[in-house]
Ligand binder design. Sequence first.
Ligand code: NAP
Length: 248
Amino acid sequence: MNKLVNKVAVVTGASKGIGAAIATSLAAEGAAVVVNYASSKAGADAVVNAIVAAGGKAVAIKADVSKAVEAQALIDAAIEHYGRLDVLVNNAGIYEFAPLGGITEEHYHKQFNINVLGLLLITQAATKHMSDGGSIINIGSLIARRMPANSAVYAGTKGALNAITGVLAQELGPRNIRVNALNPGVVETEGAHAADLVDSAFGARAAAESPLGRIGQPGDIASVAVFLASSDSYWMTGEQLYASGGRR
Ligand code: NAP
């Protein structure tokens, strides 16, 4: 209950799904948490209210991570509210699938802008304030390793995320800022339902492929994020971890 006391965390895309679970779990360990959202104010407010009701600290801040001005404003708001920044979870992301012939400029730019450019913009703004070291957790995907058909752009964004994780671990290590990638397998979230990854042949196959016999839940990822955020993982940086129920 106290691994992150006196720490401040920003979790992007925390209005629902994996981000909401990570924000809640970081707060349960004592961190003050900035719950970022793009459009779902009600979802972000519900996450904040649950954290506060449990005795934690949190605030909801709207920002589209793919816009430099908004990314900067999100980090400015975090500093204004809590005065420091120790943990950044780059979770905001979208996933859309298309075969090669179906890839359009829009399909490409939308996913790369949020999943890759957004990560870079937020990290650039956040690391200016990580004066006392820190932990950055980039939420990738098992898809970058399994590379299934029809995922060229989305898998490309997550492959880039894993590569960027290694590069930034090199650049930020001398400042004692650790950077690690946490790659989930299929997790039951609103986004996964909308993409038909859960109640579908795909979801059933994913569950069957796991030695543990099911797909993931957001809390399965949040507990690993707490580990990466805390000093329990102090000697780990530049790593690509997989939380996929053994499907790697
Ligand atoms: P989700 O249920 O669709 O939720 C996405 C979150 O990202 C929402 O909070 C959304 O905010 C936010 N978001 C979207 N665009 C944004 C933007 N431009 N700026 C700021 N926030 C933005 O997604 P999820 O399934 O929890 O996935 C979360 C992360 O895990 C993603 O990076 C995804 O690629 C990765 N992942 C998911 C799975 C899975 O099976 N679920 C597997 C592997 C990896 P609003 O609601 O306000 O729009």
